[in-house]
Write a protein that binds this ligand. Structure first.
Ligand SMILES: [Zn+2]
Ligand SMILES: [Zn+2]
Length: 267
């Protein structure tokens, strides 16, 4: 039970995810203020100074808002692809100065090992410079993070197969989005191939990657305007039931809070 996972926040107003093993503590993104990330970690008894790295998915503000503060305050290395670094360097106003020691370049489809944790960045279709999702393996268990997906292709499915825990985007309900107050261009962006994943699509993907050893599904990155937790949960659950998949007693399906911590999952 040494593999730990917690969403500190998840949603279009800020994403910050914790993954831990007996030897390593990391964050994926910190799209919230430094102090909020710090308090979130303290709630799960993780000393922010013990964070070994922040793995960045892409340069959108809901993913990197606090990374500059955190790297300076606690001397935490930041990991991102080369093109994501280039995009972040153009946002110095937001991020501030980042010391060269803490700028680490990772490559897609190439494992990165930190002590007892294997980190695997993979390409995702989203409207950023070079966005990635991550899978993490420790002690034969796998955690997959798959949010900010305009659509899902076979490569993504292959990456997230065999997971014990999946954090999967369930961003919006299509009807709420279409009938909602967002301007036309924004609706198009979200619905587009490089936007965000709807509840229905999340359910369909789960049906495809479902397997006997899946323990936990966390739906995340919910839109504030175009979704609500109960709707995302019911939509995904009914897609699974329609496909003949029973969750009861086997798989925990839950929705990550936009603003409050999930429980600390242990695998
Ligand atoms: Zn984004
Ligand atoms: Zn996002």
């Amino acid at each position: 039970m040494g593999f730990k996972f917690c969403t500190i926040t998840s949603g279009s107003s800020g994403n910050c995810i914790y993954v831990g093993t007996p030897k390593v503590n990391i964050l994926v993104d910190a799209g919230i203020s430094g102090i909020k990330a710090q308090r979130g970690l303290e709630k799960i008894d993780v000393n922010p100074a013990s964070i070994d790295g922040i793995f960045i998915t892409h340069e959108h503000i809901d993913h990197i808002k606090g990374v500059g503060i955190l790297t300076r305050r606690f001397d935490i290395p930041l990991f991102a692809t080369k093109k994501t670094w280039e995009a972040m360097d153009e946002m110095e106003k937001v991020l501030g100065k980042i010391s060269s020691n803490n700028r680490i370049i990772i490559e897609k489809d190439k494992d990165f090992i930190l002590e007892d944790l294997v980190i695997h960045p993979y390409a995702i279709p989203h409207d950023a410079s070079d966005p990635v999702g991550y899978t993490f393996v420790h002690n034969n268990k796998k955690i997959s993070l798959a949010t900010d997906l305009g659509h899902v292709n076979d490569k993504i499915k292959d990456n997230i197969r065999e997971s014990s825990l999946i954090l999967l985007e369930s961003n919006h309900d299509i009807d709420m989005l279409i009938n909602g107050s967002y301007p036309y261009y924004l609706k198009r962006r979200i619905l587009g191939d490089y936007g965000h994943l709807c509840n229905e699509a999340a359910g369909k993907i789960l049906v495809e990657v479902f397997h006997d050893k899946l323990e936990t599904v966390v739906l995340g990155h919910l839109s504030k305007e175009n979704n609500y937790p109960k709707l995302a949960y019911n939509s995904v659950k009914s897609t699974l039931i329609d496909a003949g998949i029973e969750l009861e007693g086997k798989v925990e399906l839950t929705v990550a809070g936009r603003d409050e911590l999930s429980k600390l999952f242990r695998l």
